[in-house]
Design a protein around this ligand. Sequence first.
Ligand SMILES: [Zn+2]
Length: 158
Amino acid sequence: MSQEGNMRRVTAIKNGTVIDHVPAGKALSVLKMLGIEGDMSNPVSLVMNVPSKKMGGKDIIKVEDRELNQSELDKLALVAPDASVAIIRAYSVAEKMEINLTEEVVNVARCTFSNCITVNPREPLPHRLVVTSRDPLELRCRYCGKTQDIDGLIDNLL
Ligand SMILES: [Zn+2]
C-alpha cells in the first residue's frame, strides 16, 4: 500500500489534529489517554490496522476541530511514542508536532501496585513514574520502585 493509498482511506479534514503511526490496535488507548470519549462533540475518524512499511501495521486518528496541545500529546508517549502528529488548518498541515517522552511521567497514570503509598487517599502525592528504558518502554514508580505493566497503566490513567 502506497502512502497516497493510505491517505485516501481517511477523508481529509478541514481543521483539527491527525495522529499517524500509532501502533496497530492502540488507537482506542490513545483516545482514552486524550480523554476523547464517545460522547464528545468533535467528529473523530479512526483507521485501524492499515499496512505500513515502517511499522507493519498502524492506526491513524483524526480529530476534527480540535488542536491537541503539547502536554496532551506527551501523554501518548506511553502508548504511541513514535506517532507523528500534524495540526491541520484549512485542509493543509499547519504544524507538525512530536511526542516527547520525558525522564519522568508525572500525573498521567497511577502506579499499578496496589500497596503503593500513592493509592492511599490520605497521602495525596503526585503520581510519578520514572522512565528506566525507552525501547522497550519501561517505567518504575518513583515511590515503591515497582516496574509498571504498561497495559495496567493504560487502565490507570488519571
Ligand atoms: Zn508505586
